[in-house]
Design a protein around this ligand. Structure first.
Ligand SMILES: [Zn+2]
Ligand SMILES: [Zn+2]
Length: 220
């Protein structure tokens, strides 16, 4: 039996739909639409099917809405350990195929005008503070849906900047490797540790040892 390839018709139908992402996420928004485009682009570019086997790994440089679409479509999930969130506040997502060793970083271009973003922001604040006038919640929803629809329909090159990246294995390994904290002895993700006085320790221990976090029992 021949293996299914990306080029075969119907391949796109194998991705979970945007509507499925909306159900998972709870609302329609431009961030989710962006994440959906990033996810499907990454899958197609790297030629991977939904990686139930954790073939694909994602490093997200944001923890915003789009991450939910990434999880739904690519199968890179917070719980499975093949999604790392490094919140630098950037709409950028790196994907690595463990099988091929190929990596890409997808940077989201700023699509909407600053004016439109400011207007959405103001409206959002009024809607969520309960100060909106009768028609404003619906107006807000329709603006969000319009922005999402524009992103879903936009030519890829207008919204996404895709670059091949080379990631050294140690860096990758450190993100997904568990070590033992030299101070408390608890298992901890290597990527969340740091060196204090020559010891590799977890974040709470590093704060305690450097005096930043304050010791338990010592109120200041
Ligand atoms: Zn959202
Ligand atoms: Zn520790």
């Amino acid at each position: 039996m021949r293996k299914t390839t990306d080029e075969e018709p119907g391949y796109q139908d194998k991705y979970p739909s945007f509507e499925a992402c909306v159900r998972f996420h709870g609302h329609t928004c431009p961030g989710l639409a962006t994440g959906y485009r990033v996810a499907t682009t990454a899958m197609r570019t790297l030629g991977v099917k939904r990686p139930y086997d954790e073939e694909l790994v994602c490093i997200a440089e944001t923890d915003a809405c789009g991450v939910d679409a990434i999880q739904m479509v690519t199968g890179c999930t917070a719980g499975k350990g093949n999604l790392a969130i490094r919140d630098y506040g950037k709409h950028a997502f790196t994907f690595i195929s463990r099988d091929s060793g190929r990596g890409i970083r997808i940077l989201v271009r700023r699509a909407d005008s600053p004016d439109r973003a400011a207007m959405m922001d103001n409206l959002r604040k009024r809607v969520f503070s309960g100060k909106a006038t009768a028609g404003e919640p619906a107006e807000y929803r329709s603006l969000m849906e319009g922005a999402a629809a524009r992103i879903l329909a936009a030519p890829e090159k207008d919204i996404l900047d895709i670059r091949e990246v080379r990631l050294e294995t140690p860096k990758m390994a450190s993100i997904f490797t568990t070590i033992t904290c030299a101070s408390c002895g608890e298992p901890v993700a290597d990527a969340r540790t740091s060196m204090v006085d020559g010891l590799r320790v977890c974040i709470p221990c590093s704060e305690m040892l450097s005096g930043k976090g304050g010791r338990p029992g010592h109120e200041h």
